[in-house]
Design a protein around this ligand. Structure first.
Ligand code: PLP
Length: 468
């Protein structure tokens, strides 16, 4: 018998049963469409996009088994079978006692923070996602980001760039007082910090600090499976472990979690709020009934609960995770070879281009990230998102001028199980062409905005000649 040979090529561990056509367009058509959309790709029709890398949230492809689950969904108002399938699955992986389904992650955040937070409180995190921050600020509390210093240096690699700065956490607790901190949060992976993972050692250390000060630790678990795969790949002692056991260990250090199932739930909608605290769960369930629904469906249909229960198992499959992380790294490696400055190393769900370094001739006030996003669409119909001064620029109270964001990034987020390697090869080819012409790219002027979260609806006009 021949010996088992391991081949280098990591294939998509699925075949395609159902397809959705992509409508081809020309550069000329795309230029017209983009001008009509005010040079803001959020305002394009999705059918005018060839490769949609706007977000990995809710954009994944469901499996045949999930679609079968959709048919099996129990739509009973109370006590549906699908709820028990969902809650038992969540309990098995995450280990928390109380599981409240919600329609998406931000609903879990709203219920959590309006229950535990008071005006004047402080909530530390490695880095809060923008909806988390908004929900904390909505109740008058302050959201504080405490990433490790490497997280603020895009080109400096670090295996666990999503870690929290534990020294900074201790200092914050000492200066604020534990009574002002309703909970400490860890976002895994750290989306706003480049999709970077948090190590088990960091979760454990943060958890020890929390225990010592009588503080709760919550995990924002959106991309928990990707984070646990990185732990398996990069942290000593985990290489032989099953990802489900890594997840069980990680969540055993926490008191609760918020989850958007639109990411590692492999579903198009849904999420949950989890806790071990009986009294808190009762309070949260009251709010859930007020705005989401009865606690056994919480704003979701029974079929959605089925899809999530199945997706949470599928996402822990090693072949799936190996393919997922390898395909994101593949895009990152090729873009780096072309010369693109990227946040290093590539994250789990997305590649982040440093547009300020790529386009030094475009100042932050002319939005280099938006210029790149527009050119990617015109050149190849690729939709990405600016994560820079369009998204985070703020008026300076002293001068009235706009204060630029700390970084000018462009995010290419990869939907789960949607695109094949040839789609990604096409993205690489388009981006190689754009790279060659980078010096000809021009910035934009903001002509209309509606803060807050202005990036969704802002409109622009190009400055100077556009490249051809
Ligand atoms: C880290 C993180 N937390 C929370 C959320 C909010 O989840 P949702 O969009 O389901 O409300 C997101 C969404 O992208 C996220 O990436």
């Amino acid at each position: 018998m021949n010996a088992e040979k391991t081949y280098r090529t990591i294939i998509e561990p699925f075949r395609i049963k159902s397809v959705e056509p992509i409508r081809m367009t020309t550069r000329r058509q795309r230029e017209t469409l983009l001008a009509e959309a005010g040079y803001n790709p959020f305002l394009l029709r999705a059918e005018d996009v060839l490769i949609d890398l706007l977000t990995d949230s809710g954009t994944g492809a469901m499996s045949a088994e999930q679609w079968a689950g959709i048919m099996r969904g129990d739509e009973s108002y109370a006590g549906a079978r699908s709820y028990y399938h969902f809650a038992d699955t969540v309990r098995d992986i995450f280990g928390f006692r109380h599981i409240l389904p919600v329609h998406q992650g931000r609903a879990a955040e709203r219920i959590l923070f309006s229950t535990v937070c008071r005006s004047g409180d402080v909530v530390p995190s490695n880095t809060h996602f923008d909806t988390t921050r908004a929900n904390i600020e909505y109740v008058g509390a302050t959201a504080v980001d405490l990433p490790i210093p490497e997280a603020r240096q895009p080109h400096v690699p670090h295996p666990f760039k999503g870690n929290m700065d534990v020294g900074a956490l201790e200092a914050l607790i000492a200066s604020t007082g534990a009574e002002k901190i309703p909970l400490v949060m860890l976002t895994i992976t750290n989306n706003s910090g480049g999709g970077q993972p948090v190590s088990m050692e960091n979760v454990w250390t943060v958890s020890r600090i929390c225990r010592r000060h009588g503080l709760r630790l919550y995990i924002d678990a959106c991309r928990f499976a990707e984070n646990c795969w990185f732990i398996r790949e990069r942290e000593t002692g985990y290489a032989d472990k099953d990802v489900i056991d890594i997840a069980r260990e990680l969540f055993s250090y926490a008191d609760g979690a918020t989850m958007s199932a639109k990411k590692d739930g492999l579903a198009n909608i849904g999420g949950f709020l989890a806790t071990n605290d009986d009294a808190l769960a009762r309070q949260e369930a009251t709010l859930l009934i007020l705005t989401e629904g009865f606690p056994t469906y919480g704003g979701l249909a029974g079929r959605d609960l089925e899809a999530i229960a199945i997706g949470l198992r599928e996402v822990l499959d090693h072949d799936y995770l190996r393919y997922r992380i390898t395909s994101t790294a593949y895009l990152g490696r090729h873009l780096t070879e072309i010369g693109y400055p990227l946040v290093q190393p590539p994250g789990g769900h997305a590649i982040y281009v440093d547009a300020a370094a790529l386009l030094p001739h475009i100042p932050p006030a002319a939005y280099p990230g938006q210029a790149l996003v527009c050119e990617l669409y015109c050149a190849g119909g690729i939709r990405a998102v600016e994560v820079g001064s369009v998204m985070f620029g703020t008026p300076d109270p002293a001068t009235g001028e706009e204060k630029p964001a700390p970084m000018e990034l462009v995010r290419l987020a990869i939907p789960r199980r949607v695109y094949t390697q040839s789609h990604i090869d096409y993205v690489i080819e388009v981006m190689a062409d754009v790279y060659e012409r980078r010096e000809a790219l021009r910035g934009l002027r903001l002509t209309w905005q509606a803060p807050p979260l202005r990036h969704f609806t802002a409109r622009f006009t190009p400055l100077g000649a556009r490249p051809t």
